[in-house]
Design a protein around this ligand. Structure first.
Ligand code: CA
Length: 224
């Protein structure tokens, strides 16, 4: 079955180019030209992935990402105007799975889509549920539980947590965690991992201290 990509972009010409390119690559597509329509389309179409422009009329891309993320782990690739925005965006913890900086080539966008979908599918075919202390991590379902209560996390955060949980107590380098999280390799640096962990701890609430910082090295899960 063909996968459906929701293209959220207010610049009609850009949206058309992406749309044509994606359909030639065998994807089904839906388009939305503002944030409100994007949310409507997401609810009715349930796409396999969302390409989301940051600057949009009605409701901006940040808010669209937040609302989608509060209900779903659908992969989101953010289309942004400038390189320097990316660090800031990751810091906000919107949970985008990747970022593409404009101007981009449709070919680059398709390559990112394929990479993100591959990672997601990889997770689906390798079901695993791990329990570490009060935390339960189900990488298959993109689900994390703290004392049995569901924690709303992003795909990247679950992947990061899943790597830590594979061997609780073992310190993982930021570079390993970055690779596991699958966040925008092009912008890869340690601050990205720190931002993910910061967001994760905030979301984990009373379970936050399970994730321990090992200064100058990386992170591990507390075993006790
Ligand atoms: Ca725009």
């Amino acid at each position: 079955m063909n996968q459906t990509i929701l293209i959220v972009e207010d610049e009609v010409r850009l949206a058309e180019i992406l749309d044509d390119y994606l359909r030639r690559e065998g994807y089904r597509t839906e388009r939305a030209r503002d944030g409100r329509r994007a949310l409507e389309a997401w609810r009715s179409v349930r796409p396999d992935l969302i390409l989301l422009d940051l600057m949009l009329p009605e409701i901006d891309g940040l808010e669209v990402a937040r609302r989608v993320r509060s209900e779903s782990s659908v992969p989101i690739i953010m289309l942004t105007a400038r390189d320097e925005e990316v660090d800031k965006l990751v810091g906000l913890g919107l949970g985008a799975d990747d970022y593409v900086v404009k101007p981009y080539s449709p070919r680059e966008v398709v390559a990112r889509i394929k990479a993100v979908l591959r990672r997601v599918e990889g997770q689906v075919t390798a079901p695993q549920r791990m329990i570490v202390g009060r935390l339960a991590i189900d990488a298959d379902q993109y689900q994390v539980l703290c004392d049995g209560a569901k924690v709303s996390v992003t795909a990247a955060e679950v992947r990061l947590l899943a790597l830590l949980a594979k061997e609780p107590g073992r310190v993982r380098y930021r570079a390993e965690l970055l690779a596991a999280s699958g966040t925008g390799e092009r912008f890869a640096d340690e601050r990205t991992v720190d931002a993910h962990v910061k967001n994760l701890r905030r979301k984990l609430g009373s379970c936050a201290d399970v994730v321990e910082t090992v200064r100058g090295v990386g992170y591990r899960l507390r075993v006790s």
